[in-house]
Design a protein around this ligand. Structure first.
Ligand code: GLN
Length: 483
């Protein structure tokens, strides 16, 4: 049961072939079997999950209020607030934080009747690409536990790949849903900025952060998007637009669809094996009737540098609230208020988080603001304009999700710049606020490769349709790691 998708399980549940309790127990026993090797979770809520599964069985028995998520076990990234349940962001500074409220997406998932298994590990405050920056413990890639699962939503991606959850949520500021999805061989989708409410998502870089699904196939992504998407008066950046039924977008047809492959992301710096699998994917799309066009986005060259000014600048402001006063860790070694602030932050934050706070504070300081932060905002506009130009010629853009497959644990831990470069293909999409998916498209050295498809703002349906068509005509998503 634990190896199946939500849509397969939904029909088994509603046809009474299995119960939600049996399903939840099956997933929990898979967790018991593999979690010591994968370490995808930071907290697991077995008792609550069993209770929720029984409640789901009641709903199924009475045939009342059924949704495609009723009785489906879901994992939540640990930067999304869960009432009464630890929400640590994998940081020591929040290691005792129990929110008094739910994130909007948690309320929605619960209202749909899903079972919440627990909270997944991440890079501290979502800063990282390997989940090695977790302040709690690292997570390992189910395909090869000597390699990283990607990050920052590495726990969610690994949980889905290892069948320790049927569905999971992630957040994506510069690639944190798509890159781990690519490393773990699952589907990861970042919606358009504003499509999903950020209320109750612990803020990293507010103009970039977006919540989305990590799933075993594209259909499950559409199903979870149907629950997550929509306007929320509690998030002023969430957009008040009608939400389509994303499952209806899943049409196996790309005839006449114009797909632009990004020249800059198929050249220097991209591994040979990745390039060749992406080229095979392009051929597949052509066989299926799509028209492939080369597009150039010259300002991509500046995207990583731009991101590493804007994201830390916003983070330095967002993380000012962790001072030991209202919640979270408070240093015991303090004689006065100022030393309490200093010590709390010194003890509570990890090195990467401190590095970002320092870069961001620097970039926003008087005298540097114009030279760095303001300049970065201008380049961000150029990147948006490059995308607009590209979309005047095509419907979706195609590239690898990541320039390499999963790297070895420790390989990049001491070199932040090489870590930052692993988001070279995903970061521009966040800067422009666009929707993008990563889906499996091949293997290299036994590790999965991800294909990225990007759409215009609020054209989630086009992206899902292209992804669904590719998936229906390939078998990559059916491969499983042998843990
Ligand atoms: N890896 C990028 C970073 O470290 C992106 C993280 C994310 O999307 N949350 O900032």
């Amino acid at each position: 049961m634990h190896g199946k998708t939500a849509h397969e399980l939904h029909s088994l549940l509603t046809n009474k072939k299995i119960s939600a309790l049996e399903l939840t127990e099956a997933v929990i026993s898979q967790i018991d079997k593999v979690e010591s090797r994968v370490q995808a979770y930071v907290s697991i809520n077995k008792d609550q999950a069993i209770k929720q599964a029984k409640a789901a069985d009641e709903r199924i028995k009475n045939n009342s209020n059924l949704t495609p998520l009723t009785g489906i076990p879901v994992a939540i990234k640990d930067n999304m607030c869960t009432k009464g349940m630890l929400t640590t962001c994998s940081s020591k500074i929040l290691n005792n934080y129990i929110p008094p409220y739910n994130a909007t997406i948690v309320d929605k998932i619960k209202a749909a009747g899903a079972v919440i298994l627990g909270k997944t590990n991440m890079d501290e405050f979502a800063m990282g690409s390997s989940t090695e920056n977790s302040g709690i413990h690292p997570t390992f890639n189910p395909w090869n536990t000597k390699t990283v699962p990607g990050g920052s939503s590495g726990g969610s991606a690994a949980a889905v790949a290892a069948d320790e959850a049927i569905l999971a949520t992630g957040s994506d500021t510069g690639g944190s849903i798509r890159q781990p999805a690519s490393f773990c061989g699952v589907v990861g989708f970042k919606p358009t900025y504003g499509r999903v409410s950020r209320y109750g998502l612990v803020a990293f870089a507010s103009s970039l952060d977006q919540i989305g699904p990590l799933t075993k196939d594209v259909t499950d992504t559409a199903i979870l998007m149907n629950v997550l998407a929509g306007h929320d008066p509690k998030d002023s950046t969430s957009v008040n637009l009608p939400v389509p039924d994303y499952q209806k977008a899943l049409v196996n047809d790309v005839k006449k669809m114009k797909i632009g492959y990004i020249k800059e992301l198929l050249g220097k710096g991209i591994d040979k094996d990745i390039k060749s699998e992406i080229q095979k994917a392009m051929k597949k799309f052509a066989e299926l009737g799509a028209e492939l066009i080369e597009v150039s986005l010259p300002s991509f060259e500046y995207a990583v540098a731009t991101y590493y000014l804007i994201a830390p600048a916003e983070a330095s402001s967002n993380l000012a609230r962790y001072d030991g006063v209202k919640y979270g860790h408070r240093s015991k070694e303090a004689k006065d208020l100022l030393t309490m602030y200093y010590n709390t932050r010194r003890e509570g934050f990890g090195n990467e988080v401190k590095r970002r706070i320092m870069i961001g504070t620097y970039a926003l300081s008087a005298g540097y603001y114009d030279a760095y932060y303001l300049k970065a905002l201008k380049v961000r506009t150029l990147i948006k304009e490059d995308f607009a130009k590209a979309f005047s010629q095509c419907d979706v853009l195609l590239s690898p999700t990541s320039p390499s497959v999963a790297f070895k644990v420790g390989e990049k831990a001491a070199d932040p710049l090489s870590m930052y470069l692993s988001d070279i293909a995903t970061i521009p999409v966040n800067l422009a606020g666009l929707p993008a998916i990563s889906l499996p498209c091949g293997f290299s050295q036994g590790l999965p490769i991800g294909l990225q498809l990007v759409g215009q703002a609020f054209a989630e349906e086009t992206v899902l349709r292209a992804a669904f068509t590719f998936e229906q005509n390939t078998d990559w998503h059916k491969q499983k790691p042998s843990l």
